[in-house]
Design a protein around this ligand. Sequence first.
Ligand code: FAD
Length: 320
Amino acid sequence: MDTQNHYDAIVLGAGPAGLTAGIYLSRARLRTLILSEGTVGGQMVLTHEIANYPGVESVSGYQLSVIMRNQAKKFGCEIRANISVEKLTLDGLVKEVILSDGSIFTADAVILSPGGRSRTLGVSGEEKPKGKGISYCATCDGDFFTNKEIMVVGGGNSALEEAVSLTKYASKVTIVHQFDNFQAFEFAIREAQNHPKINFMMESTISAFHGNEKIEGVGITDLKTGNTQNHPIDGVFIFIGYVPNTEFLEGKIELNRWKEIIADPDMQTNVPGIFAAGDSIAKRYRQVTTAVADGTIAALAASRYIHELNKDKKLQPEKS
Ligand SMILES: Cc1cc2nc3c(=O)[nH]c(=O)nc-3n(C[C@H](O)[C@H](O)[C@H](O)COP(=O)(O)OP(=O)(O)OC[C@H]3O[C@@H](n4cnc5c(N)ncnc54)[C@H](O)[C@@H]3O)c2cc1C
C-alpha cells in the first residue's frame, strides 16, 4: 500500500455534506481527502442567496462554500475538485478510489456525499436564468417572489404541496402539468384546487424560457393542439423529480428504487466502513442544514469506525 496516498478517510463530494465531514474528520486529526467531481460547494454554488442557514443572515452560495472550504483546509483537510472517479473498490478493509488521470488513493473509511440534481425540463433557455427566476426549491427561493406571479411545473405531491406553500409569497400561482390528471394524494390535489391563488394549465408544457439576465416569460405549448403561446411570468418553479448522483455506486452499495443511498441513523451504509451523507441518501428533506447535519453524523461515525479498526490492528499478532 502506498502510504503517501493512504488516508484515514476519503470523502466523495465537496458539497456542504462532504465539506462538513471534512471539517470534523480533520479536526479529529484524521488524515482526510475530499475528492469532488464538481466544484467545491456542490449545489450551493448554484444559489445566488442563502437566507435560511442559521447564524448567517444572508450569504451567496459561493461565499458559504468558500467559508466551509477554508474551514476544512484550516484543519488540514486536503481537497481535490473537478476530478473524475474512474473506479471504486468499497469492499475489503482498505477502500480504493482510482481517478481517470490514473491516481490511486486508499482509505480505511469512505464517506459518500455526491449529492444530486433536480430533474430539469431540458428546454431552451432553462440553463441561463438558473437562480434568476427558475428555481427547483420553494423553501430556498419562495421568498424572492413575494407579490409576484409564478408558475409551478409538475403534477406530483411535491409540485402540488410546494404550489400551495408558494401562495404565502406569490400573488398568483399557475400549475402547468402535462397530463389531464395529477399523480398526487387526494388531499394535496383538493388543497391546490380549492386555493383561490392557484390556477391550472393542464395538458400543457413549458417549451421555452425567455429572458437574458432574469426570466421574463415562457412559451407554453398546449399538448392537445400543439399550439404555443408566450406568457409573461416572474418566476418558474420546477418539481418534476430529483436524481441522486449515485450512478457510480450501483452494485457497490445498497440503493433504493429511486437510486438513493440507504443509510442508517448513523449514516452507515450496508458496507462496513462506508458512510453516506447529504442529498444522495434516502430522506425527505434536502437542504444545506440537513446536508451539514448528515455530514457531521457520518464523520463522527466514521471516526469511531476508524478508531475501532486501529485498535483491532494493534491487537493483531505481528507476523514473524
Ligand atoms: C438552485 C438551488 C438553490 C438552493 N437553495 C438553497 C437554499 O437557499 N437553502 C438551502 O438550505 N438549500 C438550498 N438548496 C439545496 C442545497 O444546495 C442542497 O440540499 C445541498 O447542497 C446538498 O448538499 P450535498 O453536500 O448533499 O450535495 P451537493 O451540494 O449536491 O454536492 C455534491 C458534490 O459531489 C460531487 N459529486 C457528484 N458525483 C461525484 C462522484 N462520483 N465523486 C465525487 N464527487 C461527486 C458533485 O459534483 C458536487 O460537487 C438549493 C439547491 C439548488 C439546486
